[in-house]
Design a protein around this ligand. Structure first.
Ligand code: HEC
Ligand code: HEC
Ligand code: HEC
Ligand code: HEC
Ligand code: HEC
Ligand code: HEC
Length: 346
């Protein structure tokens, strides 16, 4: 402000000086008027652009409040700005790989920003209401096995980030032993996209079939995670399914009721989550007993037969899905049961 005032004052002084300099010049008679200039192009109506969104309603404010309470808004992992992490952990990296089609960014991202309005929407690309369009809805080439899957519309947006990474070394059925050198080895933290598409695991033969389809395959992530907002605690742009209230956990089953009117107050519909939890725990306990993972669910480094490494990968895949079968109960069950059978047969 101070600098602006200085400029204004300086400009004023120059006008005064100019006035003084020319005050003694004699003026001649006025010349004939010039021809009329061409019409200028019409200016853009502010209503057609900025105010379509910045319109004093609560529409954006509500989403901002919900977003600010979300995992995207509160999570701090956008510090992971290196070339291999930035595509999913920074807004700039995500946009860069969408444009380039590459798996990594060309350099690490400076001044990184986490997943926000402009990551998912085209905010300020054209400054019109089409900026609400989603940045991508294109099918995804899965990082873990290179398969291209179409989760449908907005689910492809979510799934582009919420998918497994390829463990290094990658265990493939029938191949040689693998040597794991780090406790952080595994398919990374979010396995939703492959699981939705019934793929991504080492498909060790067993009693359960793998060629199954998720009952929720055609339901967008946003339908369940972005349902009617409960304050800024669940639903809407918080994307949370559950929340703590007065010290107890509450599940936002309102989003399930359209299709499952008989659902209770948790997600354990027809006991599916309990069944999955039981077999997941069996597998987990066995992996710990066999000294393959530790109590914090990290791998114990070593050289293992490829199938054993596959079982550990399969366990981590389901562990980090966090939905206990709601994303795809049939595939989840097949992966767990067949992995457990193979482990105890060893
Ligand atoms: C499609 C809806 C939309 C339109 C059209 C739009 N904005 Fe925005 N604007 C937003 C959203 C959403 C944010 C918040 C962005 C964020 O936090 O990532 C924002 C943020 C801003 C900010 C805060 C600074 C920033 O960049 O985050 C300014 C200033 C702004 N807009 C100005 C404008 C102007 C000027 C226009 C018209 C030329 C315009 N906007 C058109 C949706 C829109
Ligand atoms: C650009 C990548 C990206 C996109 C696109 C994306 N996410 Fe995320 N999401 C993340 C990352 C990274 C985190 C973890 C943030 C942190 O902790 O710093 C996260 C966190 C979350 C969480 C909270 C997880 C928890 O354990 O607390 C939910 C729920 C979620 N995302 C759902 C979605 C949904 C639904 C969509 C699509 C509408 C989506 N995400 C799109 C990258 C993305
Ligand atoms: C293919 C997308 C993708 C890539 C690439 C990726 N991440 Fe992530 N990462 C995610 C998502 C999505 C989450 C959040 C999962 C959730 O909360 O369910 C996450 C979570 C994390 C977390 C939080 C774990 C926790 O316990 O909450 C860390 C740390 C992390 N990633 C580190 C990295 C690092 C380091 C790299 C690069 C070497 C990387 N990520 C590359 C998608 C990715
Ligand atoms: C992780 C991705 C993601 C982020 C981050 C995100 N949105 Fe959205 N948003 C969506 C999806 C998905 C929809 C549903 C649109 C659809 O299905 O076509 C949506 C819908 C909306 C709508 C309704 C648009 C319409 O067409 O009616 C508004 C408004 C909106 N978001 C605003 C925001 C604002 C403001 C922010 C930032 C505070 C934001 N969003 C951040 C994914 C996201
Ligand atoms: C049929 C409803 C449904 C659909 C569709 C769905 N989810 Fe979920 N998701 C859940 C439930 C239920 C949980 C467990 C939440 C809990 O217990 O709090 C969950 C958990 C998660 C979590 C762990 C964080 C959290 O909030 O607990 C992430 C991240 C996530 N889902 C992402 C996705 C993505 C990405 C998609 C789309 C590819 C998707 N979900 C589709 C119901 C759904
Ligand atoms: C848009 C409709 C729709 C929504 C929303 C939906 N589901 Fe489903 N769900 C289905 C359909 C269809 C099936 C397969 C038919 C059946 O088993 O009833 C199914 C099956 C299931 C199953 C498997 C049941 C079994 O016996 O194997 C579970 C568990 C389940 N849903 C839980 C949920 C939960 C929890 C939510 C909310 C977070 C939810 N669903 C939201 C449509 C939906």
């Amino acid at each position: 402000m101070k600098r602006v005032l200085t400029y204004l004052a300086a400009a004023g002084m120059m006008i005064v000086v100019a006035g003084l300099m020319f005050s003694c010049t004699k003026e001649g008679p006025q010349g004939p008027p010039g021809a009329a200039g061409a019409d200028g192009t019409d200016g853009k109506d502010a209503n057609a652009t900025c105010t379509q969104c910045h319109n004093f309603s609560e529409e954006i404010v509500a989403r901002i409040i919900q977003y600010n309470a979300s995992g995207h808004g509160t999570g701090m992992t956008f510090e992971r700005n290196g070339k291999t992490c930035a595509p999913c952990h920074t807004s700039q990296g995500f946009k860069e790989v969408l444009a380039s089609g590459a798996d990594t960014t060309t350099a690490s991202i400076q001044n990184p920003v986490g997943t926000g309005c402009r990551t998912c929407h085209m905010i300020h690309d054209t400054y019109t209401s089409t900026d609400w369009d989603l940045r991508t809805t294109a099918p995804i080439k899965l990082v873990i096995n290179g398969e291209t899957v179409d989760l449908g519309g907005s689910s492809n947006l979510c799934g582009k980030c919420h998918q497994s990474r390829k463990p290094n070394p990658y265990p493939e059925l029938g191949k040689a032993d693998v040597t794991i050198t780090s406790g952080y080895w595994g398919p990374h933290y979010g396995s939703m996209a492959p699981l939705f598409a019934s793929t991504g695991a080492m498909e060790i033969p067993g009693t359960m079939p793998y060629n199954v389809t998720s009952q929720h395959k055609d339901i967008p992530c946003f339908t369940c995670h972005g349902g009617q907002a409960y304050g800024a605690q669940a639903g809407g742009h918080t994307f949370y399914m559950s929340y703590a209230y007065h010290g107890s956990d509450r599940a936002n089953t309102a989003v399930c009721k359209d299709c499952h009117p008989d659902i209770g107050s948790d997600f354990d519909y027809r006991g599916v989550q309990s069944d999955i939890k039981e077999i997941l725990t069996l597998l987990e306990d066995q992996l710990i007993a066999d000294s393959l993972i530790d109590e914090t669910f990290h791998v114990i480094p070593g050289t293992y037969p490829v199938e054993t490494a596959g079982i550990i990968m399969n366990y981590l895949l389901i562990h980090y899905d966090h939905s206990l079968g709601i994303h795809n109960s049939h595939y989840t069950e097949a992966v767990l049961v067949n992995s457990y059978e193979a482990l105890i047969a060893k």
